[in-house]
Design a protein around this ligand. Sequence first.
Ligand code: NAP
Ligand code: F7E
Length: 331
Amino acid sequence: MPKTALITGISGQDGSYLAEFLLSKGYEVHGMKRRTSTKYSACIEHLKDQITLHDGDLLDSSSLIRVFEQTRPDEVYNLAAQSFVPLSWEQPIFTTEATGVGVARMLDAALHVDRNIRFYQASSSEMFGKVRETPQRETTPFHPRSPYGAAKAYGHHITVNYRESYDMFACSGILFNHESPRRGLEFVTRKISNGVARIHAGLDTELCLGNLDAKRDWGHARDYVRAMWMMLQQDKPDDYVVGTGEMHSVREFVEIAFDQVGLDWQKYVVVDPKFYRPAEVDQLLSDPTKAREKLGWEPRVTFEELVREMVDKDRAILSSKKPVGLKLKTA
Ligand code: NAP
Ligand code: F7E
């Protein structure tokens, strides 16, 4: 019997890579999406004949219970969230409802429909925020710096709580930033790769960015969805930090991206304070020792390969004149 997986947020970056990965493992894959979700459909368009989609919303418990009952999953991957940090200051209540309380709704639906479901929660390095130690590991205290980070911290704690209260197989993956050509255009990496492609094509003359000194531990999304699956194949549920263990600045990302098309970034990049955040997360660096030792997980794509792949893909999209319909919000 093939295993059945339910992915919330299947229309997003990670959902689409995870669906591909699980299909390659022989899973029957179901995805939950909002009925109004159309902009991201490009990420899963190529999978539409191999997956089954169900309407549901993290804000609506009854829809979650219905999707659980319809699909009867062995494994649930809760990837849905309001995931853009700047928007979380503009819509803090919605972010709390979707990214935070939505996790409790998911866990409770799982508990009531089938408490043997294996549950993955998409936790985030944003929970470390104003970091208390470097590098960050599973035991590093949280100090979130945005409504998004605070909501993820709640989601993380309630996942641990359901595991301890009800003996559920609930895991939390504390994933550091991971990117790909399917990243939303509002996130800094894709904003840069898309901006470089447009400047090289003569469509734009400048790229406006915020804090170039911010540092992140950036990996490739395809590597990170493998870690999610590995967590649910263990004998015992647990929490894992997933990252590369390498940190780079936004400036370094910019330099490599412009280098890929042979341009000098300093002629095109404009720093605009409107992209500064009310409270910045200055730097994040993972210690992925536990994931390496217990899961046998290793990232395969280097930082430089990631940047160059993203620029090449955005150039290909532009030259094919078939823009991928990813979300374009205020960045
Ligand atoms: P993403 O591309 O923004 O995808 C988020 C998904 O959530 C979209 O499919 C979106 O659907 C869906 N969604 C939003 N609100 C919803 C709601 N109320 N009900 C149901 N679905 C809803 O995010 P991602 O980069 O793939 O990340 C996946 C998960 O990992 C997220 O929880 C994110 O917070 C977390 N995470 C990401 C990173 C990273 O670096 N990428 C790192 C750590 C943790 P629509 O198309 O309808 O908007
Ligand atoms: O910002 C700086 C910005 O929006 C990265 C989400 O997936 O990863 C992501 O959150 C850094 C920040 O991602 C611009 O100030 C400079 O320091 O790409 P980002 P994020 O906020 O780190 C975590 C792990 C998640 O969980 C989230 O869901 O880049 N930055 N200039 C800029 N950022 C943006 N967006 N736009 C700029 O123009």
